[in-house]
Design a protein around this ligand. Structure first.
Ligand code: GLV
Ligand code: MG
Length: 324
């Protein structure tokens, strides 16, 4: 099957809202929330007897519309279950034109991504959909998945995100804690998730994917959410799951640049453009206030500027070239 569609440009995923597919009321309510993404869940938020009904609810909710420009994602069950193929067939045949990505949980090998890619291509071809448009979000949730994360990220051009699933991951490595996202008691020498987060981030950046942090389950503790989100945001993650409407604004804020960083980044870009031009003296390293900026500063500024622009931020302070 030939791909007929170029991959869409990555869109912001600061807040990725989990919605159980088994609950039509929650599906409806999610349309009014300000998250960058919704993912309608057929996996752990749906008990086994509720899964067939949830597939139907999800197809109906996607086709009904009302999602604005939110990314519409469906999380299917993982390939070790008996549900995956039917989840994908029912959802993509029923609502493929109104769906942006399939999220595949508990990915352990690149072959599992390839299997989903092939199944999607057949369904797209048979149903007259653009082949290759629907993306894949790969959740890393166990030791084998983390060991294979680089190959998983590279397994298909459909992969758009690599996501950390802390709850299943903690269980997979026998971590001595039941509090998802918080440090395990007794580990007092750093961040117990640093290796997992960094490995996921490296794989995502190496293959030009987005890196997404998973859930924080103390849903009433918004300060706790901010604290944990701020860590992965500081490393470079693009967004985090939200399990409750109260976490949405926190995610949108934490994964957007701060206003002064955004202004600073845009000013670095303008100043660097000017000073490297003939009119500005064609120099490679220049002073912006008390700071020396060069090509590497420009690259860092591009990252912050892209995140700020994607979040719709406006400049509050604009650099001007010196008067000659
Ligand atoms: C999410 O699926 C998790 O396991 O944390
Ligand atoms: Mg999980």
């Amino acid at each position: 099957m030939t791909r007929t569609t170029a991959r869409p440009r990555p869109r912001p995923r600061r807040s990725c809202l989990a919605v159980p597919g088994s609950n039509p009321r929650f599906l409806d309510k999610a349309k009014g929330l300000n998250s960058d993404q919704v993912f309608l869940d057929l996996e752990d938020a749906c008990a086994p007897p509720a899964k067939p009904g949830a597939r139907k609810n999800i197809v109906a909710a996607l086709n009904e519309g009302g999602w604005g420009d939110r990314l519409r994602v469906v999380r299917v069950n993982d390939w070790t279950t008996r549900w995956t193929y039917r989840d994908v067939i029912e959802v993509v045949e029923g609502a493929g034109a109104n769906l942006d990505c399939i999220m595949l949980p508990k990915v352990q090998t690149p072959e599992q991504v390839v299997a989903l890619d092939l199944l999607l291509a057949q369904i797209e071809t048979a149903n007259g959909l653009d082949v290759g448009r629907i993306g894949i979000e790969a959740q890393i949730e166990n030791a084998l998945g983390l060991i294979n994360v680089n190959a998983i990220a590279a397994a298909s051009p459909r992969v758009e995100t690599v996501i950390f699933g802390p709850a299943d991951f903690m269980a997979s490595i026998n971590m001595k804690s039941l509090v998802v996202g918080e440090q395990p008691q007794g580990y007092d020498v750093g961040d117990a998730y640093h290796h997992a987060l960094m490995s996921i981030l490296m794989a995502a950046r190496a293959y030009d994917k987005q890196a997404i942090d998973g859930p924080y389950v103390q849903i009433r503790d918004v300060d706790g959410y901010r604290r944990v989100a701020a860590r992965s945001a500081a490393l470079g993650f693009d967004g985090k799951w939200v399990l409750h409407p109260g976490q949405v604004d926190a995610a949108n804020e934490v994964y957007s640049p701060r206003q002064d960083d955004y202004d600073h980044a845009e000013n670095i870009l303008d100043a660097y453009d000017y000073f490297t031009s003939v009119a500005g003296g064609a120099v490679g390293a220049v002073m912006l206030g008390d700071e020396m900026i060069d090509e590497a500063s420009r690259k860092m500024a591009l990252v912050i500027s892209a995140k700020g622009r994607a979040a719709g931020m406006e400049r509050t302070e604009v650099w001007a070239p010196p008067e000659s």
